[in-house]
Design a protein around this ligand. Structure first.
Ligand SMILES: [Mn+2]
Length: 331
């Protein structure tokens, strides 16, 4: 439920200028939710721009509306103008404005009313919020929003593709802990509206490069460290391999999930060396709370079984540190 939804409906009775944004390094849910909401709201005559804080992986280029979205650093001046003159800013798939750096400064400065649709833990407070940590994806919340907003909700085929993409990717193909009944209910509804599942599958998963697949093979063969005793595994992406395999944005997506397929491995960590920082991605099974782990130790967070973080230290040091922390928590 959205408190004060009437005031939002009131705002949107006239054509407005709207900014829609999602978190940095957008994933399938960030892309799907922003593009779906944009497609939906555009039927009412609003002027809408999807502005993403950083670039998105090439395998989302097929998504309806993706090519019209602005990547903030590439359109900074126009984007600043757009945001400053917007009547509403829609923040999707993130819980706090620091997740849209470097765009957060202008969003704060603009002081426009914000609508948040999100399923991450512990969100900040905004004018209008549709927040539910039990939602499988922000795309589930976009679907809910559309139905709340308009009983005659018109979901086009394009909108359906975007919503499906977010549900499919955030549930790991209807298999991870986020998967709920709504995921299946919504997909059934989308199929009634003309969703072509194979078209989305082709766009997302049959569209990648040979070097990306070889990179994956190398990472699992040579860069995976498994600690059976503690039930933890690491995969390291170093700068040398990133260069050798010409890694593009999004190419490491999903890599962190592989070690969890090993019997007895309860927690997996992807350690990715970048220019001046090391990025961490955590996945876990069952009750192991990587959201808390990432928050406490690595300036991050996310969901209970999927979280991110960062560090200034190199991969080797981090493997030792995390191993130590897990050992301590088990004693
Ligand atoms: Mn999400």
């Amino acid at each position: 439920m959205i408190e004060n939804i009437d005031s939002l409906k009131e705002l949107l009775t006239q054509p407005r200028k709207i900014t829609i944004t999602a978190h940095q390094r957008p994933d399938g849910d960030a892309m799907g939710s922003t593009l779906a909401l944009s497609e939906y709201l555009s039927q009412f005559g609003h002027e809408i721009k999807v502005i993403l804080p950083t670039e998105y992986p090439f395998y989302f280029e097929w998504m309806p509306g993706a090519k019209d979205a602005w990547v903030y650093p590439e359109h900074k001046e126009a984007a600043d103008e757009w945001i400053k003159s917007s009547d509403l800013i829609c923040c999707l798939d993130f819980n706090t404005l620091s997740r849209i750096e470097p765009m957060d400064a202008i969003v704060k400065e603009a002081e426009k009313p914000i609508l948040l649709l999100d399923h991450h833990l512990q969100p900040d407070t905004f004018e209008w919020m549709l927040h539910d940590v039990k939602a499988c994806s922000t795309c589930e919340l976009v679907h809910r929003f559309i139905n709340l907003f308009d009983a005659q909700a018109k979901i086009t085929e394009e909108c359906a593709q975007c919503i499906y993409t977010g549900i499919l990717t955030d549930t790991g193909g209807f298999s991870n802990g986020a998967t709920n009944k709504a995921a299946f209910d919504i997909v059934a509804d989308l199929m009634d509206r003309g969703l072509d599942i194979l078209y989305v599958q082709q766009g997302l998963n049959q569209n990648k490069t040979e070097s990306r697949l070889r990179f994956l093979g190398n990472a699992l063969l040579n860069e995976m460290v498994v600690n059976h005793e503690l039930g933890i595994a690491f995969v390291v992406v170093n700068r040398k391999d990133a260069k050798k395999y010409n890694l593009q944005t999004g190419d490491t997506e999903g890599l962190v999930n592989y070690p969890l397929s090993i019997k007895g491995i309860e927690m997996s960590v992807l350690i990715k060396e970048e220019k001046s920082i090391t990025k961490l991605s955590f996945r876990s099974k069952g009750d192991i709370n990587v959201n808390e782990f990432a928050r406490v130790h690595f300036e991050g967070g996310g969901h209970k079984n999927a979280a991110g973080g960062k560090s200034i230290y190199p991969p080797k040091w981090l493997i030792n540190k995390i191993t130590e922390l897990v050992k301590k928590s088990k004693n």
